[in-house]
Structures are given as structure tokens and as C-alpha cells.
Design a protein around this ligand. Structure first.
Ligand code: 5GP
Ligand code: ZN
Length: 114
């Protein structure tokens, strides 16, 4: 999508600290980290919210989770623990409407979330 910030990161039209990339996804450091490790895993293809992803993209969603675990390992938080978050629509606080998995780690998190 032309004016989507995460599509632009996927196409390298705006800079990001990319920590992993393959044919389907990109992972990069969040610009406003909420934890010592805070990365985002996005598909290169544009989907506004998880509600827009059909069953035919089951493999893509699984791939995003596996990439997140790989980045967690690379960042050294794999054994201590980490949290994956996919904020979806207004009540969850989604602010960028291109699906993404937050990978958060390096500190202890509260539950339930705020
Ligand atoms: P959401 O609120 O949609 O779940 O998460 C969006 C995330 O994208 C936020 O954590 C925000 O800091 C991050 N973000 C927004 N714009 C940019 C950007 O231009 N570059 C990077 N690296 N992260 C961004
Ligand atoms: Zn997009």
C-alpha cells in the first residue's frame, strides 16, 4: 500500500533497524521501545488488521510467530522469557494498520496487561 509506513519499511523506502528478513517478512526494532528488546515482525504484504487475514494465510501467521522466536533467540531473551502481542483495532490500541507482532523482552511484564 502506497502510504503505509510498514509497507515502506518492507520496501526499504524508509529506514529501520532490520534484525531479520526473508521473502515473506521483515523484523525490525520498534522506534519507541517499551522494553529492552522490542521488535516488530511484519509481513511484506499489506493486511490492515488480523481480521483481514484469511485462512489461506495461516502459514504466513505461523511463519511470523516462528520468526519472532528466532529473533528472541538472536536477542538472547529466548530462555528468560518474552511476550508476543498483536494489538487489533481500537480497544487494543492498534496504531499502525499493517499487521505486526510485537516481540517484547528483557524485563518482567505484568499480567493482566493494562
Ligand atoms: P501498535 O500500536 O499498532 O500495536 O504498534 C505500532 C508500533 O509501531 C508502535 O510500537 C510504534 O512505536 C511503532 N512504530 C510506529 N512507526 C514506526 C516507524 O516508523 N518505525 C519503527 N521502527 N516503528 C514504528
Ligand atoms: Zn502496509
Amino acid at each position: 500500500m502506497a502510504d503505509c509506513i510498514f509497507c515502506k519499511i518492507g520496501r526499504k523506502e524508509i529506514p529501520a533497524k532490520i534484525v531479520y528478513e526473508d521473502r515473506l517478512v521483515v523484523a525490525f526494532d520498534d522506534i519507541g521501545p517499551q522494553a529492552p528488546t522490542h521488535c516488530l515482525v511484519i509481513p511484506k504484504a499489506h493486511y490492515e488488521t488480523l481480521n483481514d487475514v484469511g485462512a489461506e494465510q495461516e502459514g504466513l501467521l505461523g511463519h511470523m510467530m516462528l520468526v519472532a522466536t528466532r529473533v528472541a533467540r538472536d536477542k538472547g531473551i529466548h530462555d528468560k522469557g518474552y511476550r508476543l502481542v498483536a494489538n487489533t483495532l481500537a480497544e487494543a490500541g492498534q496504531s499502525v494498520f499493517h499487521i505486526h507482532l510485537h516481540l517484547l523482552g528483557g524485563r518482567r511484564f505484568a499480567w493482566p496487561p493494562g
